[in-house]
Design a protein around this ligand. Structure first.
Ligand SMILES: [Zn+2]
Ligand SMILES: [Zn+2]
Length: 253
């Protein structure tokens, strides 16, 4: 059993999440709608094996395991390195029933055995490639299909997972409420105290587009709402939130 209070991977994850350090006996086994602390620590280190259909797709097309944003590696072809996917690109969607490996770690390099010119085995460091389709979806550093191939190649080579998690954080900012829930055990169907920020965050990430009619409300922001699909106002897990405009909601209900 890892001592999470001492474990550097866990502590760096905790800092990334801005989660407070709580006394050991107050550490819950699980957080609401989410992964256990052991699973979060495993995601940040070795990663977790799952299947693609266990993942949720956020409005910005990035991928979540429960309420934790992850990157995905599918089984590599023959002797190649696995490609890192950041979004539900065509390749990921085509692999729905397949096994995959998800993680929140920021290292892309792996050590591989290679035969050196003297015919001996040697260890070399290689970088896992990142999916170019995924980078285009995120418009990563202006990545789009009409850029010259060499420039796209360059952007993909320079891609840094730490930068990715700066812009697309590992979790939605729910830590305060989760902590409150765990402390009080309260289960009234009320909005979380951080709901205004969560709703703003989700709408911003959906680029102010209604997921039903696909119209942009960037200039009519007061007409865009966020619904809890299962009716539980405190369940802010990403798969439970739907960005919807006032007229679509009226039509749906
Ligand atoms: Zn991809
Ligand atoms: Zn709409």
């Amino acid at each position: 059993m890892i001592d999470f209070l001492q474990d550097e991977a866990w502590n760096s994850l905790r800092r990334q999440m801005n989660a407070p350090l709580v006394a050991a006996d107050a550490v819950p086994a699980t957080v609401v709608g989410g992964l256990s602390l052991a699973e979060l620590a495993q995601l940040a280190t070795d990663g977790i094996d799952t299947t693609v259909d266990q993942l949720k797709i956020a409005p910005d097309q990035t991928l979540f395991l429960h309420d934790t944003r992850v990157v995905v590696e599918l089984a590599p072809h023959a002797d190649g390195l696995p490609t890192i996917h950041l979004t539900a690109c065509a390749t990921v969607q085509a692999a729905l029933q397949q096994n995959c490996h998800v993680s929140t770690r920021t290292a892309r390099h792996v050590e591989v055995s290679v035969v050196n010119p003297d015919g001996e085995w040697d260890v070399a460091t290689q970088q896992k490639p990142v999916c170019v389709d995924c980078l285009r979806t995120l418009n990563w550093q202006g990545m789009q299909s009409d850029l010259p191939d060499a420039l796209q190649q360059h952007i993909a080579e320079q891609f840094d997972l730490s930068d990715f998690y700066q812009i697309y954080p590992v979790t939605l900012p729910l830590t305060t409420y989760q902590q409150l829930w765990i402390t009080t055990g309260e289960r009234l169907n009320t909005y979380t105290p951080d709901w205004p920020e969560v709703a703003e965050y989700v709408k911003t990430y959906s680029r102010w587009i209604c997921t039903t009619c696909q119209r942009s409300f960037a200039h009519h922001r007061d007409q865009l709402l966020v619904d809890h699909l299962n009716g539980l106002k405190y369940d802010n897990t990403i798969g439970n939130l739907r960005v919807c405009c006032v007229s679509c909601r009226a039509a749906l209900s």
